[in-house]
Design a protein around this ligand. Structure first.
Ligand code: HEM
Length: 476
C-alpha cells in the first residue's frame, strides 16, 4: 500500500473544488434571474445554463477520477503520465468550451443535441458550435485514456474485468480471489464509462462533420440515443466512482473493515448491466422510439441504482452501528451522501415511469431529482473526501464551529434547494425557462436563499482544502 497524496491528485481536487464553487455561483445566478432578483438577458441565461450543466458534469467526472485513482493505485499499477495527460486535455477542453460559450455565444445546452448546435437561428455561428463540440471531444479523449489505463492495470493484476467484479467468487471457483470494494467499483465504472465515452465521441465526431458538411445529415433519433447513452452513463457513473470514498474512508472512522460479500458482488454486476440499458428513460417522450425500448428503459431505471445503493447503505449502517464512530465533517458528509443518494433516487424512479414522464419531464421535477442525488449524494462524497484529505484523515481533526456550520448549511441548504425544485415541478413550473411567470417567482426566491447557503458551505469546504494543500504536498 502506498501512502501520501499524489501531487496530480491534489491538483485534480484543488481544481475540482474551485470549479464546483464557480459552477454553484453560476447556478445561483440562474436561480436569482428566475427569481427576478438579478437581470440576465435570455441569451446570456442560456449560455450560463450551458456552462453550468457542462461544467458540473465535467467536474464531477474529474473529481471522481481523482478519488478512484487515489485509492485504486493502492491495489494496481496506474500510469501517472495518463493521469496528468487527462488533466491537460481536460483543461484544454475547458478553455475551448468557455471560448465557444462566452466569445462565440454558444447556448445550445450541455447535451449538444443534434441538430441544435447547427441550427442556432443566428444566435451563434457554426464555428462556435464546432469549438464547443471539439472541446467536449478533447475532454472525452482524456477520460477515455484514463479508463483504458485503469482497465489495463486492473486486468493485469486481477486477470480480467470479470474477475475484478468478483465473478469467479460468485461462481464458487476454487482459489477465487475476493476483490476489494474499490476494485469492484473501479471495474464497473471502467466498463460503463468506456462504452459511454466511445458513444459520445462518435456522435460528437459525426456532429462536427455535419457542421462542416451540412449535406451529410445524421439520423436524429440515432444521434439522440447515442448522446443520451453517453450523458446518462457518464453522469450516473460519477456516483458509482465517488462512492469509493465511502468504502475507503468510513471504515477508517468506524475502525472496521468494509469487505465485499456475495450480495455486494451480485449488486455491482447487476448495476453494471442495468445502468447501461436504463438510458431510454431520457427518450420516453420520443414517440418514434420503439415501445419495447421505452419499457426496457422504465424497468431498468426502477432497478438500476437499487442493488448497489442497498448494499452500500446497508453496509454503511452496519459499519457505523455501535462502532463508536467519531463524527466530524468528513464522516458526516460521507454518511449524509448515503441519505442524498437513497432519497434522491425516489423522485428519479417516479420520473422514469412512462405515464408520469409524459407530464413531468419538462418541469422542475427533473432538475429536482438529479440535483438531489448529485448535490447531497455525489458532491457530499467529493467534499467528504477532500475534507478527509485536508483535515486530519481519520485522526483527531481539529474542527471549528465554522466547519460544523458549513456542514449544516450544506445539508439543510441542499435539502431545501432540491425540495423547492421538486415542489415547483409538482406545481408544473417548466424547466430551462429564462423568464418565469409571476406566480412561480416565490419558489425561485426561496430556492435562491437555499442556494446561497449551499454556496457559503462550498466556499468554506474549498478554502479549507486549499489552505492545506502545501501540507498535503509536504506529506509525501
Ligand atoms: C449551489 C448549487 C447549485 C445550484 C444553485 C444550481 C442551479 C441550477 C439551476 C437554476 C438550473 C436550471 C434549472 C432549470 O430551470 O431548468 C440547473 C441545471 C442544472 N444543474 Fe445545477 N445547480 C447546483 C448544483 C449542481 C450540481 C452539483 C450539479 C451536478 C454535479 C448540477 C448540474 C446541473 C445540470 C446538469 C443542469 C441541467 C442543465 C440543462 O438543463 O441543460 N447542478 N442548476
Amino acid at each position: 500500500m502506498q501512502g501520501g497524496v499524489n501531487p496530480a491528485v491534489v491538483a485534480y481536487l484543488g481544481i475540482s473544488g474551485v470549479v464546483l464553487l464557480l459552477m454553484m455561483l453560476l447556478g445561483l445566478a440562474l436561480r436569482l434571474a428566475q427569481a427576478e432578483w438579478l437581470s440576465i438577458p435570455p441569451d446570456l441565461f442560456y449560455e450560463m445554463l450551458t456552462a453550468h450543466g457542462v461544467g458540473m458534469v465535467g467536474i464531477a467526472g474529474l473529481a471522481g477520477a481523482a478519488i478512484m485513482w487515489h485509492f485504486l493505485r493502492r491495489h494496481v499499477s496506474l500510469s501517472q503520465g495518463i493521469l496528468v495527460a487527462n488533466l491537460a486535455l481536460f483543461l484544454t477542453g475547458v478553455v475551448m468550451i468557455l471560448a465557444a460559450i462566452y466569445v462565440g455565444g454558444f447556448g445550445g445546452g450541455w447535451t449538444f443535441l443534434y441538430p441544435l448546435p447547427a441550427n442556432s437561428g443566428g444566435v451563434w455561428k457554426p464555428a462556435a458550435a464546432a469549438v464547443y463540440l471539439g472541446g467536449l471531444l478533447v475532454i472525452g479523449v482524456g477520460f477515455l485514456l484514463f479508463y483504458l489505463d485503469a482497465g489495463r492495470a486492473i486486468i493485469s493484476e486481477y486477470g480480467g474485468l470479470g474477475s475484478a467484479l468478483g465473478w469467479p467468487v460468485l461462481l464458487d471457483r476454487s482459489r477465487a480471489r475476493l476483490p476489494e470494494p474499490t476494485i469492484v467499483a473501479s471495474a464497473m465504472v471502467t466498463i460503463v464509462n468506456t462504452l459511454g465515452l466511445v458513444s459520445g465521441a462518435a456522435v460528437l465526431a459525426m456532429s462536427l462533420i455535419n457542421l462542416g458538411l451540412p449535406g451529410l445529415a445524421i439520423d436524429p433519433l440515432m444521434a439522440k440515443n447515442m448522446t443520451y447513452f453517453f450523458g446518462h452513463v457518464f453522469i450516473n457513473a460519477t456516483i458509482y466512482i465517488t462512492v469509493i470514498a465511502v468504502y475507503e474512508i468510513l471504515p477508517v472512522y468506524a475502525g472496521r473493515p468494509w469487505k465485499a460479500s456475495k450480495p455486494f458482488l451480485w449488486a455491482w454486476t447487476a448495476s453494471t448491466i442495468l445502468v447501461l440499458i436504463a438510458y431510454p428513460h431520457h427518450l420516453l417522450m420520443d414517440f418514434v422510439m420503439p415501445r419495447w425500448a421505452l419499457i426496457v428503459g422504465q424497468v431498468a431505471s426502477y432497478a438500476a441504482g437499487l442493488p448497489v445503493l442497498v448494499v452500500t447503505a446497508y453496509g454503511a449502517l452496519t459499519l457505523v452501528h455501535r462502532s463508536g464512530i467519531r463524527w466530524d465533517v468528513a464522516s458526516s458528509l460521507l454518511f449524509l451522501s448515503m441519505f442524498g443518494w437513497a432519497a434522491g433516487i425516489l423522485p428519479a424512479i417516479i420520473d422514469a415511469t412512462i405515464t408520469v414522464n409524459l407530464v413531468m419531464h419538462n418541469t422542475m421535477w427533473v432538475p429536482g431529482h438529479f440535483h438531489f442525488y448529485l448535490l447531497l449524494g455525489m458532491a457530499a462524497m467529493v467534499y467528504g473526501f477532500i475534507y478527509h484529505l485536508g483535515h486530519g484523515q481519520g485522526r483527531a481533526a481539529a474542527e471549528s464551529a465554522l466547519d460544523r456550520l458549513a456542514f449544516w448549511l450544506f445539508a439543510l441548504g441542499g435539502l431545501g434547494f432540491v425540495l423547492v425544485f421538486l415542489y415547483s415541478g409538482k406545481a408544473g413550473v417548466p424547466r430551462r425557462w429564462a423568464v418565469h411567470l409571476p406566480e412561480w417567482v416565490g419558489y425561485d426566491r426561496l430556492a435562491s436563499l437555499f442556494a446561497l447557503a449551499l454556496v457559503a458551505a462550498a466556499l468554506v469546504f474549498t478554502l479549507r482544502f486549499l489552505v492545506r494543500v502545501p501540507r498535503l504536498l509536504a506529506m509525501r
